[in-house]
Design a protein around this ligand. Structure first.
Ligand code: PLP
Length: 262
């Protein structure tokens, strides 16, 4: 008899980062590190290293839809998470093919830290109208929260909660606004749910780390796949990220990349 292990499965619907620091590769490393089986639906291929994005090739909506169907039909996925969804047709394909009743976490990826646009400008409306209403959680950073909420100047906790409420009103189940872009010694993320607001603070490590957003949202997905509910999953994921950036990988160009495989 074969001794098999029945670990929970999660699915990342995201872009490939050839450098392995962000995107689908970061998600898979995070899932593995946390004992979750990772399925992947590739939305775009990027030619990328820790410094720059040199090229982007979007997959067709049909290719995205068929990948979702293939994994959906066989793996008992407990949680779906999205990262880079580069165009409106892909967003529609995701919406049409993910099953109802399974939590969806949306990391609303827009621009890489290195400055490349990862979603068409006109696809942001589709994200808001079609996908956010189906989500259990949306995890914007401050610039993404500003675009989604229309609140231009998010400068502190009150603005973050306000932006979170606006995104909640679009139909999201909950919103985790990541405070990493704000100044100060403390990095505070704020989880806005209908009935409560929870803050997760930790000391800020100097420097910026490629891949943190992908790693955080996939860690939340992994903890939820293992049965945790919000906000415990967010708290555990924040601790996980802190350890993944405490000993980052350093590329030849000197950029630090999160290492979820520690
Ligand atoms: N490349 C891909 C495919 C991504 O999904 C992301 C972020 O989600 C990035 C690059 C950006 O990574 P960062 O902004 O952490 O450098």
């Amino acid at each position: 008899m074969i001794n098999y292990s029945k670990i929970p499965a999660a699915c990342s619907i995201a872009g490939s980062d050839s450098g392995g620091g962000a995107g689908i590769q970061a998600d898979l490393k995070t899932f593995s590190s946390l004992g979750v089986w990772g399925c992947t639906v590739v939305t775009a291929v990027t030619a990328q290293n820790s410094r720059e994005v040199r090229g982007i090739w979007n997959l067709s909506a049909e290719a995205v839809g068929m990948q979702i169907q293939a994994v959906r039909d066989d793996f008992g996925i407990k949680v779906y998470k999205t990262g880079m969804l580069p165009d409106g047709r892909i967003i529609e394909a995701v919406s049409e093919n993910i099953p109802g009743g399974v939590p969806l976490i949306i990391d609303p990826v827009m621009v890489s830290t290195s400055g490349s646009r990862l979603i068409d400008e006109d696809a942001v409306a589709a994200l808001m109208e079609v996908l956010i209403p189906k989500s259990a959680l949306v995890t914007p950073n401050i610039p993404e929260a500003a675009v989604l909420s229309g609140i231009g100047d998010i400068a502190g906790r009150e603005d973050m909660v306000h932006a979170g409420r606006v995104i909640l009103d679009m139909g999201a189940g909950a919103v985790l606004i990541k405070g990493g872009h704000l100044k100060g010694d403390v990095s505070a993320d704020i989880l806005v749910e209908k009935e409560r607001v929870t803050e997760f603070s930790s000391g800020r490590l100097a420097g910026d780390f490629h891949g943190t957003g992908c790693c955080l949202s996939s860690a939340i997905a992994a903890y939820m796949a293992k049965g945790m509910v919000l906000p415990a999953a967010c708290r555990s994921a924040k601790n996980f990220i802190n350890s993944a950036i405490s000993e980052p990988f350093r590329s030849d160009s000197g950029r630090f990349v999160v290492n979820p495989a520690l």
